[in-house]
Design a binder for this molecule. Structure first.
Ligand SMILES: Nc1ncnc2c1ncn2[C@@H]1O[C@H](COP(=O)(O)OP(=O)(O)O)[C@@H](O)[C@H]1O
Ligand SMILES: [Mg+2]
Length: 502
């Protein structure tokens, strides 16, 4: 099986060489948090007295223009290039004033910086992989030669994110060199209604002005197009990026085979990049492709290491003009996530969860004078244990959307200081949340049924009353668990942020 040639220190591998490690990592993570050396001897949270005051920190570096954060950050980056991520983390910690988590603007800026949908313009730690994909595309375009690349790696390892950057790089390259910019067709296979719909999309892109021919299947028409010189000669090279390729796996894998085989047709113009989360997919379908004389290149995205996770988190936080986390807290998160899955999505969710812990602590505390406003190791430890241990978080995350809206409404309602409410009252909040998000609400009967289901699952507790509207409702799980479970979903993220009813 060919792989893209790389140096000895290449972070990539042919699929297979890396297959066992995520499993091992997962096994280790299952053993729980208590056996983690960091956990058994948690680093002492820095006393706020020992850290410099925000003013002191600013005064220490009078020459630094705080207004241009990006500039400061990039200069910072160059001077610290040779230091370890841990050391760099400590340095940046000392550089900036400590944030104020009670300032709602700061709070939303920090959460935004850590949200999965906030993509950095130049993602760190995937430069090599991106370079190789761009090279593969450039070669195919320059030689007008069809080809296929199979990209795989565990979820959250930056595959989709990297593809966005690859597209940008290709556009720049085409502009600078006057090279051909291919037609680009990005498909998320999860959005296809049937697996073979992918061929409709490819046909539509390769012959946008041609009438649909219903006498032959789209696959057949593409095959004809790329089998005859005259037909294909007027068409441009086409880069097909098929993300979440796992969804195309049928029992006979025929769609997958047909798709890759398009690149082997004599006059094919298709450059295919298939991206999959299942790292064993290659084992399952590449041998057959090889026997059909189609050998995709293989590029594997390895799980992020602890240092890489630290670096990525730091890059995201660097744009903020204040320090939010104690470095030890970020390190703990990175260590734990790297040891379990190396999934960046998870690391970001846990960091946001730790911020929620701090928020709850500040809300519940009567005297804030002796509290450091930074996110500390103990906040992170709780967020980590929730993410890795709490089955309730999984349950909430897999509930139907309207049940999640009910829980979100309950959280908003209980934030007002109430300990319990009635279904009638909950319904009002539920309708408000639905309105604000343009989702049609269900009727009170259905809401009452949903509350019963949530009661059966041990998430809500319902009182007795003949009149449904008057039934009392309390939360049976911690508010923090609901917030943690829902905050990663953009819809609820905004909803839980919105303070208009608080
Ligand atoms: N190198 C990186 N730098 C910054 N953020 C990253 C990086 N890799 C992953 N992420 C974050 O994690 C999220 C998940 O990454 P993604 O590329 O969608 O993973 P995959 O496609 O491998 O499942 C991204 O949306 C992004 O927010
Ligand atoms: Mg992806």
């Amino acid at each position: 099986m060919p792989s893209i040639a790389g140096g000895r220190s290449s972070p990539m591998s042919i699929v297979g060489a890396d297959v066992s490690s995520p499993q091992k990592r997962r096994l280790r993570s299952n053993s729980g948090l208590s056996d983690d050396p960091v956990f058994s001897t948690p680093p002492k949270p820095c006393s706020p007295l020992k850290t410099k005051s925000p003013r002191q920190c600013v005064d220490d570096s009078p020459n630094k223009r705080r207004t241009d954060v990006n500039e400061a950050a990039s200069t910072d980056n160059i001077t610290k290039m040779r230091k370890s991520p841990k050391k760099k983390l400590l340095d940046s910690f000392l550089d900036k004033p400590i944030w104020n988590p009670t300032d709602s603007e700061q709070l939303s800026a920090v959460k935004e910086a850590l949200h999965v949908s906030t993509a950095p313009s130049v993602p760190v730690c995937r430069e090599d992989e991106q370079k190789r994909i761009v090279e593969f595309c450039k070669q195919s375009i320059e030689q007008e030669k069809a080809g296929s690349l199979y990209v795989c790696g565990c979820p959250g390892t930056g595959k989709s994110l990297s593809m966005e950057n690859v597209k940008k790089s290709l556009a720049i390259w085409a502009k600078e060199t006057g090279g051909q910019f291919p037609e680009i067709l990005g498909i998320n296979c999860t959005s296809l209604s049937t697996t073979s719909e992918i061929f409709n999309k490819i046909l539509g892109k390769s012959q946008p002005h041609k009438k649909i021919n219903n006498r032959s299947t789209p696959l057949r028409q593409i095959q004809q197009l790329y089998s005859q010189k005259q037909q294909s000669s007027g068409t441009k090279m086409m880069l097909v990026i098929a993300d979440e390729l796992d969804y195309l796996i049928t029992k006979d894998r025929v769609v997958l085979h047909d798709l890759f085989m398009l690149t082997t047709l004599p006059f094919s113009k298709v450059i295919l990049i298939g991206i999959a989360n299942a790292i064993d997919l290659a084992y399952r379908f590449l041998p057959k492709l090889q026997s059909l004389n189609c050998k995709p290149m293989v590029l594997s995205f390895r799980a992020y290491t602890m240092d890489q996770i630290i670096m990525i988190l730091k890059q995201r936080l660097m744009a903020l003009p204040y320090t939010v986390f104690q470095p030890q807290a970020l390190e703990l998160c990175a260590r734990k996530v790297a040891a379990s899955s190396g999934d960046m999505r998870k690391a970001l969710g846990i960091c946001r969860g730790a911020i929620e812990r701090l928020e709850i602590e500040l809300r519940e505390s009567t005297s804030t004078s002796n509290l450091s406003s930074m996110v500390r190791v103990d906040h992170m430890a709780i967020a980590l244990s929730r993410a890795y241990k709490s089955p309730i978080v999984d349950t909430i995350q897999s509930l139907p959307q309207h049940q999640q809206i009910v829980l979100c409404s309950a959280v908003k309602l209980f934030r007002k200081g109430k300990k319990d409410t009635t279904i009638g009252e909950l319904n009002k909040f539920y309708i408000e949340v639905c309105k604000s998000t343009l989702i049609p609400p269900v009727g009170i009967m259905e809401l009452s049924c949903m509350c019963r289901v949530l009661g059966d699952q041990g998430i809500l507790k319902l009182g007795q009353s003949r009149d449904d509207k008057l039934k009392r409702v309390t939360l049976q799980v911690e508010e923090a668990d609901i917030i943690f479970a829902l905050q990663g979903i953009r819809f609820f993220h905004n909803c839980l942020q919105n303070n208009q009813w608080l």
